[in-house]
Design a protein. Sequence first.
Length: 485
Amino acid sequence: MTLPYWSETLDCTGHRWAIYVRISQDRVGAGLGVQRQEVEVREMIARLDPEGVIVGVYNDNDMSASNVRKRRKDYERMVADIESRVVTAVGSWHLDRVTRRNVELEFLCEYAEKIGTLFAAVHGYIDLRTPGGRMSARMHAAAARLEVETKAARQKSANRQKALQGESWYGGMRAYGYEKDGTTLIEAEAEVLREVAQRLIKRETLRSIVVDLDRRGIRTSTGRPWQAVTLRRALQNPRIAGWRTSNGEKVAKGQWEAIIDDDTQAKITAIFADPERSKGGGGGSAARKYLLSGGLLVCGLPGCGKALQSQPSNSGARGYVCRKSPPVGGCGRIRVGAEALEQEVAARVLSRFASPAVTRRLRQAMTSQGEQQILDQIKEHEESIGELAADLVAKKISRMAFQAADRRTQQEIAKLRGQIAQSNRLSTLPEGLGPRELAEWWADASLDRRRDLVSTVLDHIAVGPVTRVGYTGLDLDRLNWVWRD
């Protein structure tokens, strides 16, 4: 190795050197391994600074210098050693091995200018201690950043094209129900997902299913016990219905066997999207003690309209409030006690549901447009999103036009899923019971089943400010009832 031309004119003797090494694993096969880099850097230091001492090797192997989400621990350790003067010179294979981010380069320039730290590279030496060197380094960093962003754009475009062709994506954590290749079905796991899907459609709660899976020793693809959030995510994953996605949108039918059909997944998605299943913002077990959580109560003050959240008072009395704090962002001016209100709601809902005329109208509203027809409409909307995505890739429409059309389509899908949720509730509720029998059913029903009945008949109640100051009972004049029929 010949001595670089600049070493003859610079004072580079007697430094305490740090060797910084970073390489992606996919480049090892090209002969650019860590050992080769380190050997070449050591040879450079020996020629450049015969009296220098190598303090240590800092290795962030397989860590991107442009990724801001992953910490490079050895890089941070090296910076700390530079600040404390343990290291006075840094040797690397190339400047972009140290950094590809302008913000980090500016820190290095500051150390070089104020502390006098020397930076040397086997390829493309730049002296950060001089104004011209710092300017050249910034130009190199900008070029390296351009290379990273261009490569990312090409990769994103290629992934999008594969998605539109329905090719399977694999890598990372294995999807439950499929082998690591993303296409080969694991029948035992697929059967679990099919079973859980049918249990959910029959209105069994996700919590009870998770408990049952844990009791039976059924684990996730990583070997951990199922949780409600992981099971919900697995069931809503478009992959198990045979869909390929891109940026969270379905874009094409995949080239692998589906575990459940589109209609089943649409029903499940509608169940999860049903506001009645929400915890209502009260959080955890507390929300499960409230009958009207999940958007059945809204703030009746003009300009607000936020859903009331379940929340006990300082004395422990259950109640519903218009919460001002994020993420709700309500007005914070409405509160109503839970006990008397829930009793009033139960009495009115049971009376209304026991009326043959009311239940007949509710069921007619569902049968006027069959469930299969609704599912077909959802499928058509989802396919239209895929067509829009293809047009966007082909540059037939602008991104703004795509986002506007996608937003409108998603709103329509949400309405249709609401109809499916209403149909699911009606199909599992008692039919033909008189007031007394219905009251007996209510007394034995779980809170989830009671919510099903309430949400079937009642759309929401808008709760306004109190109209009777000092009155401790339920002020009915502040309640605006909105029924579904």
